[in-house]
Design a protein around this ligand. Structure first.
Ligand SMILES: Nc1ncnc2c1ncn2[C@@H]1O[C@H](COP(=O)(O)OP(=O)(O)OP(=O)(O)O)[C@@H](O)[C@H]1O
Length: 289
């Protein structure tokens, strides 16, 4: 298999240039004397599933938190929906916040609230709607993410790991956002649960036109769900592009990650596996995944 044989996860191609909804330019983030990100630039395009990958500790979560305005940056600009969040007025910030949803690592549901109540938290914060409508909307989200109706009254401690992820996704979708940020959404799930979650993300992208920014170590997600991938390393985005771009990259970390044994084991029949000579994934180097 040559890199050019690989189809992107989304085959939509209407010829139009995709709209860029997040731009990061020359971003530097430090904590004390420790520089985590330096001169980082990248774009997120409307309607794509962007996978964000990089060795542990390279700053993927820091970048996510910086985009969300939760970490200060020392240099550079980040625009989301054309708004520089850091310089925006309160009203502009509020408008942007209603257009994103976030699924933090571990789901981060409130343990003392039921699933229904958790989903209603952003609604209470941002929307002025009746309790009845709020309940109806929250039940719709529960259905949307494939949870059974009776999950509504359950507390997080009563849910499986997969159900927690879905409930957290339902909360991230609470305000009908344009973009969802997912921080390692499939971590802790078994392979079947992880594949089902990827399917759900792809379905939501296709049906709702969502943009998805997904920090992940999950090679299955990167190979099967993501339209584009950005690799973080050396304090910046090292490589950005589709899977073919990753496979063609000569960056040592990218090669070791995308050509390692684990990567080879997730190449599907569709992408013609696994035998090194035929796949073009020739290196037996085990990726540091
Ligand atoms: N608030 C903070 N203060 C000081 N250092 C921090 C802070 N937040 C993150 N860091 C440091 O920034 C570096 C990058 O952390 P980050 O959590 O972004 O890594 P990551 O790429 O998401 O890693 P992993 O894949 O393991 O989740 C780490 O060295 C971490 O200790």
């Amino acid at each position: 298999m040559q890199p050019s044989d690989i189809k992107p996860a989304s085959n939509r191609n209407d010829g139009a240039e995709p709209e860029v909804i997040i731009t990061c330019r020359d971003v530097t983030v430090r904590f004390g004397s420790k520089t985590i990100l330096e001169g980082l630039s990248m774009d997120v395009r409307r309607g794509e599933i962007l996978g964000f990958v990089g060795a542990s500790g390279t700053g993927k979560s820091v970048l996510l938190r910086t985009i969300l305005g939760l970490n200060a940056k020392q240099k550079g600009t980040i625009e989301i929906f054309g708004t520089d969040y850091e310089r925006a007025s309160d009203a502009e910030r509020l408008a942007v916040e209603q257009r994103w949803g976030v699924l933090f690592q571990q789901g981060a549901l409130f343990s003392s609230l039921t699933v229904l109540e958790n989903i209603q938290v952003p609604m209470r914060e941002y929307l002025d709607i009746s309790p009845k409508l709020m309940e109806e909307l929250a039940r719709l989200k529960i259905d949307l993410v494939g949870l059974a109706a009776d999950a509504a009254g359950k507390f997080p401690s009563e849910l499986s790991g997969g159900m927690i992820k879905r409930a957290a996704l339902a909360r991230a979708l609470s305000l009908d956002p344009d973009i969802v940020f997912l921080d390692e959404p499939t971590s802790g799930l078994d392979p079947i649960g992880a594949a089902e979650f990827d399917e759900l993300i792809m379905t939501l992208r296709d049906t709702l036109g969502l943009t998805v920014y997904m920090v992940t170590h999950d090679l299955d997600s990167l190979f099967h769900a993501c339209d584009r991938i950005a690799v973080l390393g050396k304090k910046r985005v090292l490589v950005e592009g589709d899977l073919a771009t990753m496979l063609a990259s000569d960056d040592p970390w990218v090669r070791s990650y995308f050509h390692g044994k684990r990567a080879r084991s997730v190449v599907t029949e569709e992408n013609q596996p696994v035998d090194g000579d035929k796949t073009g994934i020739a290196s037996p180097t085990d990726g540091n995944v």
